[in-house]
Design a protein. Structure first.
Length: 202
């Protein structure tokens, strides 16, 4: 897949490779797509690596490019051909549940953890001679506090060098390394990470 070699693409764009095998004609199907946010599920207590594994291996309906057959619940595998310098991961924190009067929206407040200093994305890259180094450090976490998607409050934890800061409206506080982990991972079940920013390590 071709992409523009712009500053924006360099820092924000990643390329997803979708792989599936048609159960009707047994031929392999491939697709490439450029994106700027990586969405991962958060429907259970897990590590970020487990969430990425769950997002990378799913079952879905698809139409084969070769025989044009619509197949039901086919195993589909997602990998990445290219990762940006700045990687944004968004947790699927809000879901909808059908009810007698339509859908009710609720929040998924499960605990998700990861290494703040050295997170390796290489297990989700496609293999090849040009497989890149994919180690990242976390530089920002946006958290949502509240009971539902219709209300709540957002705060941000940001990193500059080795220092972390808590940004809560007009108030900015410096945090120690121990306080950072407690603030991000050890809050109550209604204050949870929603958006996470990673910067590729040099």
């Amino acid at each position: 897949m071709k992409y523009h070699d712009s500053i924006y693409d360099m820092y924000r764009t990643f390329v997803t490779v979708t792989e599936s095998r048609c159960p009707s004609c047994s031929k392999q199907n491939w697709a490439w797509e450029a994106s700027h946010h990586l969405f991962v599920p958060s429907d259970r207590d897990a590590t970020l690596a487990q969430c990425l594994d769950q997002a990378a291996n799913v079952q879905s309906d698809f139409t084969c490019d070769h025989c044009k057959t619509l197949n039901k619940k086919v195993n589909i595998r997602y990998r990445y051909q290219r990762l940006p310098r700045m990687l944004c991961i968004q947790f699927s924190r809000f879901d909808a549940r059908p009810g007698p009067n339509g859908y009710s929206y609720y929040k998924l407040a499960h605990r998700i953890e990861w290494d703040l200093d050295n997170f390796d994305m290489s297990p989700w890259l496609i293999d090849g001679p040009n497989k890149e180094d994919a180690r990242y450090e976390c530089i920002a976490v946006i958290q949502h506090t509240g009971q539902s998607m219709h209300s709540g409050h957002y705060t941000a934890h940001t990193r500059k060098g080795t220092n972390w800061w808590l940004c809560n409206d007009h108030k900015v506080s410096r945090l120690s390394p121990g306080e950072v982990r407690k603030e991000i991972f050890d809050q109550n079940d209604r204050s949870v990470p929603y958006l996470v920013w990673f910067q590729k390590k040099v």
